[in-house]
Write a protein that binds this ligand. Structure first.
Ligand code: ZN
Length: 328
């Protein structure tokens, strides 16, 4: 009897360990990751939802900090490139992730080299005006095949509308080469124009500014980064008029007040756009930001299981025309 029992227990344990190794995390697609060299002087710790209590500031006093770590939760900033890379790859494996990443090409190459699933790191190339990369160099970069996405396009930081003709040739290239495009629209934290980007204009984040661009390039696939926060009515109007526009919820989901974020995402879903919201982090220097941000979607009471899966994975697979079976 005793032997049978211990055999049973041994079987139970081996079965459960088998189940553990066999169970993969449901796949997650993060469409908004940044790769840059980490400067330990600027890599500060951060408390998520830090914009919940913006200070009453004055131009004659020291500028408010862009971030703060005063909240109940503190996310530690990585202090070296290696630390961030190791943590990212571990997290991607554990959470069964695919990411779209923009930024420093040498950092992206290093991540791909270190990853057991380099095809799940999808490089993206951005621009912020017509003064940086030339249109020809931009087209040549896309034609190498290394970059599969155009973004993050930071026109708003330069006070430029996405429909401004000075940058139309870049969009013409993206449309012709059939590469999806991601444009920063909306979020500016507390005092973007005062702190780091004097040309930043909140008005240039109005989603309706995309209309002329979309009309000129009907085959171009566009997603609005940060979901045009806080211009929800304009976002809903744009998505209603333009059936191919998707959004991501990056950045906003860990910086603005949690209730505000939920109200915004809820409104998009309520308006009928649950199939066009993609998960994004805006991952930069804090390794645990990934779990913190995914948790916002996973804990959303107003989303069904299927709606969460759409946001965390299915919608991006459809948007990027990828085979979901290959990334499961
Ligand atoms: Zn952005």
């Amino acid at each position: 009897m005793k032997n049978v029992l211990s055999l049973g227990i041994a079987m139970l344990f081996s079965l459960s360990s088998l189940a553990q190794t066999a169970t993969k995390h449901a796949p997650i697609f993060d469409v908004h990751v940044h790769a840059s060299k980490i400067n330990p002087n600027f890599a500060n710790d951060m408390s998520p939802w830090f914009l919940s209590d913006m200070p009453g500031a004055d131009p004659n006093e020291p500028m408010p900090k862009f971030l703060n770590a005063d909240g109940a939760i503190q996310l530690k900033a990585a202090k070296t490139d290696k630390e961030f890379q190791d943590e990212l790859i571990k997290t991607m494996n554990r959470l069964n992730m695919t990411i779209v990443v923009s930024g420093d090409a040498s950092v992206i190459r290093a991540w791909k080299k270190a990853s057991p699933t380099p095809e799940r790191i999808i490089p993206s190339i951005g621009f912020s005006n017509d003064k940086g990369i030339s249109v020809q160099a931009f087209e040549d970069s896309l034609k190498t095949g290394f970059y599969k996405v155009v973004g993050e396009i930071g026109l708003q930081y330069q006070g430029i509308s996405p429909s401004d003709m000075s940058v139309d040739k870049y969009f013409e290239v993206a449309e012709r080469l059939n590469v999806p495009v991601a444009i920063h629209m909306g979020t500016g934290g507390n005092g973007m124009a005062n702190l780091t980007s004097p040309k930043y204009r909140a008005s240039m984040g109005n989603p309706l500014l995309l209309e002329d661009l979309l009309a000129r390039h009907p085959k171009m696939k566009v997603w609005v980064m940060h979901a045009g926060y806080p211009m929800i009515d304009e976002m809903v109007a744009l998505m209603g008029a333009n059936a191919y526009v998707y959004v991501d919820v990056a950045g906003m989901i860990w910086s603005y007040p949690l209730e505000e974020i939920h109200a915004y995402i809820k409104r998009l879903v309520q308006a009928g756009f649950g199939k066009r919201i993609m998960y994004g982090t805006d991952h930069m220097v804090w390794p645990k930001l990934m779990e913190t941000s995914i948790g916002v979607i996973e804990n959303a009471q107003y989303l069904s299981h299927d709606q969460k899966r759409d946001i965390l994975y299915n919608n991006a697979m459809r948007f990027f025309r990828l085979d979901p079976e290959k990334y499961k």
